[in-house]
Design a protein around this ligand. Structure first.
Ligand code: ZN
Ligand code: ZN
Length: 374
């Protein structure tokens, strides 16, 4: 059973959602929870409204880091819970309220029984949903104080049986990025399109070509057309500019990087042929979440000692997590916690993190922390 204190905390967080970059109140709630726990060190305002709490062992040893996310989503909640979002248009529909609560529960356990060796860092990261938070944490000079030997995170997973652990060696979740291609030509009178430079043909070539680029790769990769716009709704004017937005995703970081380069090269080639200017904007970039073999060994050892069913997933998830950036920079491990087969999917307006999972998450995280730090 999850403690009433933790369940109440989860409901308070759920009721007061804040989206990426605005998590000041959420950070305050977490900070005041840890004031009673008294960690050995607290780091505030890391990577934005991020927080890190450090529990130190008496003996030297490795530093392990556990990550939760502070942000909610800009989606209106339509569920009926008594602790429903009090902010119209914003809600915790990805379960980050639950992930935060699990990390608070781990804090209680570490305060009751300090680690033997090394340090355990509990990191509350802002702006996960936009893919910006992990980058900001890693780029913050304060990160040097918590730079981990191992980093761990979990995500609740609707569609999997409640309390089942979903694991994977190697890539756990795809990396992805949004890319907007901006083409600039020249408008002209619609009666004299030859006097202008119309980007329509370039856009149609790109729409046909870009989704075929992953075909030459061995592993799964996708270029998905998201949005296109040519000129404006002015019947007297031949279009002079256009934009095309795609999402690029892959299971391998090398594939993702090379695919981004090939999409850009293709667009540059076509733009040159059509005498158009071209610019690129990368948005919502997520690295591949790749599980390190040593970190996996540690985490799965801890899991096997507990009484949960472990499901080894054959393929990586196609969605992305910005924990991927940690996994590209230190030995890391991300796993899933089943939140029920009939549970609404993440980001659905009725999604609500199951309170029963709090205790499960705390036990597994504590198991991993004891495995590394005693
Ligand atoms: Zn999400
Ligand atoms: Zn999430």
């Amino acid at each position: 059973m999850s403690s009433l204190k933790l369940v109440n905390l989860r409901h308070t967080l759920h009721q007061n959602p804040e989206i990426a970059g605005e998590e000041s109140g959420t950070a305050d709630t977490i900070l005041s929870f840890f004031e009673n726990i008294k960690p050995d060190q607290t780091i505030q305002s890391i990577g934005g409204y991020g927080l890190a709490f450090i529990f130190k062992g008496k003996n030297p040893g490795p530093r392990s880091l556990f990550r939760a996310e502070l942000d909610a989503l800009p989606i209106h909640e339509t569920g009926n819970s008594s602790y429903k979002s009090q902010t119209s248009g914003k809600a915790h529909l990805c379960g980050h309220d639950g992930h935060m609560t699990i990390l608070c529960g781990l804090g209680e356990r570490l305060a009751a029984q300090k680690p033997d060796s090394g340090e355990v860092v509990l990191l509350f990261q802002p702006a996960e949903e936009t893919g910006e938070g992990a980058r900001r944490i890693l780029d913050d000079p304060k990160f040097q104080e918590i730079k981990p030997d191992y980093a761990f995170a979990l995500h609740n997973l609707p569609g999997f049986p409640l309390h089942h652990l979903v694991t994977r060696k190697g890539t756990f979740a795809a990396g992805s990025t949004g890319l907007t291609i901006l083409l600039t030509g020249k408008t002209s009178h619609a009666a004299h399109p030859d006097a202008g430079i119309n980007p329509a043909r370039a856009i149609s070539l790109l729409i046909q070509t870009l989704p075929t680029l992953p075909a030459t790769l061995q592993n799964f990769a996708l270029v998905t057309i998201i949005h296109a716009e040519i000129g404006s709704l002015a019947f007297g004017t031949s279009a002079g500019k256009a934009s095309l937005s795609v999402t690029i995703r892959a299971f391998d970081q090398g594939d993702l990087d090379s695919l981004i380069a090939r999409v850009k090269a293709e667009a540059q080639g076509i733009a040159k042929l059509e005498k158009l200017g071209v610019e690129f904007r990368l948005v919502e970039s997520f690295s591949v979440s790749k599980n390190n073999p040593q970190a996996a060994e540690i985490a799965e050892n801890a899991m096997r000692q507990l009484d949960f069913t472990i499901l080894e997933k054959p393929d990586p998830f196609r969605w992305s997590e910005d924990f991927g950036l940690f996994s590209q920079s230190c030995p890391s491990y991300l796993f899933g916690l089943g939140s029920g087969e009939n549970c609404p999917q993440l980001h659905e307006p009725t999604y609500d993190f199951p309170d029963e999972l709090i205790e499960t998450g705390v036990r597994i995280f504590e198991g991993i922390a004891r495995e590394v730090n005693g």
